[in-house]
Design a protein around this ligand. Structure first.
Ligand code: NAP
Length: 209
């Protein structure tokens, strides 16, 4: 699958490397493909990964993964308006307020993005666990869950497979209205890991009997 990754940072760089190892084609969508930082990510990713300006990268891909700070989302979305038929995986967490793009009460980053990008099938995913865990998602005999939600069943099926490709179990949490819960779950993860001092080697798991 051709995957564009907007934001080659902690989340984007790690997901890109892991998916490239599984045979997916990675195109990072960046502000400047020639910076040393981007060149380093390309080297680390290997497998003929490339970097392009954001819109070009998304145009060339089947699935776009949004992994920038929430504060940058307005600028990114502005470049993508008008593109059609892509899946957009929103990994962002609106931890810090974005004064240019305030979130309506009871809304979520993912829903706001979907409102503005009507040509995209938005799936919220990969936001409820620290990126430092992506390279090893096993916890004893269990695998960390990738909770996801979205309004398009086929898009969620594809994102579930991408999650499983890198070692997650996938849990469908329903339609995009559930994104608010997933963004709150990320706040719980951050509180446990940092404020409560448990550390970042933790993950959420849905247990069944
Ligand atoms: N870190 C985690 O463990 C974690 C886990 C789950 C979800 N999240 C969420 O995922 C998102 C990314 O987090 P992160 O930790 O990966 O952040 P990060 O390491 O700071 O990386 C952010 C990336 O976004 C790029 N970027 C910023 N503005 C951009 C723009 N306008 N256009 C294109 N690229 C832009 C940055 O590029 P430059 O180098 O050019 O600035 C950088 O590569 C955040 O919303 C965060 O809340 C983080």
């Amino acid at each position: 699958m051709k995957i564009s990754i907007i934001g080659a940072g902690n989340v984007g760089g790690k997901l890109g490397k892991l998916w490239a190892e599984k045979g997916h084609t990675i195109i990072y969508g960046v502000r400047n493909p020639l910076t040393p930082k981007v060149q380093t990510i390309l080297q680390e990713t290997g497998h003929s990964a490339t970097a392009e300006l954001v819109k070009n990268a998304v145009q060339k891909s089947d699935v776009a993964v949004l992994a920038t700070p929430w504060e940058a989302v307005g600028e990114v979305v502005f470049q993508l308006v008008g593109l059609q038929g892509k899946i957009l995986v929103d990994c962002t967490n609106p931890i810090h307020p974005n004064p240019d793009w305030p979130l309506a009460q009871e809304s979520s980053a993912a829903e706001e993005i979907a409102k503005r990008l009507s040509g995209f099938k938005v799936v919220k995913a990969f936001n409820t666990i620290g990126a430092e865990n992506f390279s090893d998602l096993t916890f004893g005999v269990l695998h960390a869950d990738a909770f996801m939600c979205g309004d398009d069943a086929e898009a969620k099926k594809i994102v579930s497979q991408l999650a499983k490709d890198i070692g997650f179990d996938a849990v469908d949490v329903g339609n995009l209205r559930s994104a608010e819960m997933l963004e709150s779950l990320a706040k719980l993860w951050l509180t446990l890991a940092h404020q409560q001092g448990i550390g970042s080697n933790i993950a959420f798991k849905l247990l069944h009997k």
